[in-house]
Design a protein around this ligand. Structure first.
Ligand SMILES: CC(C)(COP(=O)(O)OP(=O)(O)OC[C@H]1O[C@@H](n2cnc3c(N)ncnc32)[C@H](O)[C@@H]1OP(=O)(O)O)[C@@H](O)C(=O)NCCC(=O)NCCS
Length: 269
């Protein structure tokens, strides 16, 4: 099948995203897996997590398990490293009703700077605008997702963008339903991809876009949980998440990388 999606980033990142899109087409009916345009992820880890993750890393270049118990991470990483894989982790933040309440409060108490307009990317958004938002993400070290996802076509969800008077994107936030309806996590949405242009930070723009995304997903798509992965040293993002009721949990995002495959054969079609 020819892949006509819009991809962003370096050639190896694009190749990785294409491999994941293909793997997703094979696994999308299996409730253990989740996807929103980045890696196909294991969302219900079990005894076989090391086997599943190493197979997925060999196929995609990298693999991740959400909801991995933090206390068991060292043992998992040892198994993966024995198999020649590099390992990494993000802290797994999660919020439920508290996130909705905090988001509503934020929108009541605060306002966006008056020069900004907020819109959602959709099927009609020009390709250059989608590309500019993806470039904003990259400039903030946030990995963008393919156009079909940003446009809300590949998954139910929203990618919000705040634009200045010169029509340049200033900040973005996203949330997507990522689980199978039969998954015990079916109502847990991915939330995040928060990025604010350097010169516009500290104006509560990410906070307000993040809050809007949470409320939209709760009301429109029935999301009842909001999950995101944050690096342990990303204090600003962690503080922002906490302000919106998305807080540290006993899980981590456990990931592993097959370095050869990660940098490996490009899939161009
Ligand atoms: C994280 C990021 C999106 C914040 O954007 P922003 O628009 O400047 O954030 P806001 O002005 O809405 O800040 C809201 C809250 O976040 C926290 N925060 C934001 N920047 C912070 C900083 N530099 N240090 C500490 N806390 C910070 C604070 O709690 C802040 O509330 P306060 O101002 O009342 O203290 C921005 O710094 C960014 O793009 N970082 C790089 C990308 C990134 O790390 N994204 C998250 C990936 S998980």
């Amino acid at each position: 099948m020819v892949d006509t999606d819009e991809y962003f980033g370096s050639p190896d990142r694009i190749a990785l995203a294409r491999r994941s899109a293909r793997l997703w087409r094979l696994l999308r009916d299996n409730p253990r897996y989740a996807y929103y345009g980045r890696l196909v992820a294991l969302s219900e880890p079990g005894e076989d997590a090391a086997d599943v993750l190493s197979d997925m890393a060999r196929l995609q270049g990298a693999a991740v398990s959400y909801f991995y118990p933090a206390d068991d991470a060292a043992a998992l990483f040892a198994q993966l490293e024995d198999r020649g894989l590099a390992t990494d982790r993000h802290e797994h933040f999660w919020g439920g009703e508290a996130a909705l309440a905090a988001s509503r409060r934020a929108l009541q108490d605060l306002a966006l700077p008056a020069d900004l307009t907020v819109s959602a990317i959709d099927a009609d958004t020009p390709r250059e605008v989608v590309r500019d938002v993806a470039e904003l993400c990259q400039a903030c070290d946030v990995m963008p997702v393919p156009g079909s996802i940003m446009r809300g076509q590949g998954r139910a969800g929203i990618c919000l963008v705040a634009t200045d008077q010169e029509s340049r994107p200033v900040a973005t936030a996203s949330s997507y339903m990522i689980h199978h309806p039969a998954s015990p996590r079916s109502k847990d949405a991915f939330w995040g991809m928060l990025a604010t242009r350097q010169d516009r930070r500290g104006e509560k723009i990410a906070l307000l876009l993040g809050a809007q995304a949470i409320i939209y997903m709760w009301e429109r798509h029935g999301a009842r949980g909001f999950m995101t992965g944050v690096k342990a040293d990303n204090r600003s993002s962690q503080a922002l998440c906490r302000k919106l009721g998305v807080t540290a949990s006993d899980w981590i995002y456990a990931s592993c990388i097959d370095k050869e495959m990660f940098a490996g054969p490009s899939v161009t079609k």
